[in-house]
Design a protein around this ligand. Sequence first.
Ligand code: URA
Length: 241
Amino acid sequence: MVTLVRALQSQGFGTRRHCALRVRRGEVAVNGVVCDDPDAEFDQDGLTFMLDGTAWPYRPRAYLAMYKPAGYECSHKPSHHPSVFSLLPPPLIQRGVQCIGRLDQDTTGLLLFSDDGQFQHRMISPKRHVAKIYRATCAAPVTDEQLAALQSGVHLNDEPGPVAALMCERIDGHTLRLALAEGKYHQVKRMIAAAGNHVAALHREAVGAYRLPEEIKPGQWRWLAPDALTRLEQAWPSDPS
Ligand code: URA
């Protein structure tokens, strides 16, 4: 059981005092019924608040998937473009969701967010080999030699040994699909440059066995259901779906 004021605070609706004020003003409905007692107790399971015309199911931890559009930076303090955080509602920022790994401002596709530090760590740890799957459109036609180099390993500055894709395949003359276990700085662009080509456009299609759902449009986000979390943690899918 949890008091209404604590539950609201934990979900990012502001300080305890601010949440209590809103409750007393009758601005919060719980499971469809207005409740003006901040200390009223509720079972967390199935708890849904209604505030400002939006229904908020109570979630102990937040897990989200966004279709990152081009022209957004993965930083709270962006330098040249708007922040991906500006695409999320304020309570999610307030409760401290962070993006898991970063995509360049011009990269599009699947971007994950959470306020669960252990989950963030598991998703980005190179030891766990959770695959990040990208579609890269190259400026020049992709040669067999370039494909072979990406599969066997290319040399990147500051890396002690060759860096290889977990998987790399040609989709058409200019397009590659490749999977990486790590998320080094500009890794796809640097690997493709080291192989002798240049990335003209980059899109992340999937992480682990979780594919960006088709119904999410650029700039939109969704809560991740438990089955999606399981798929995200599958290290290397034979067929992401
Ligand atoms: N690799 C890159 O070069 N850029 C990204 O945004 C992600 C992976």
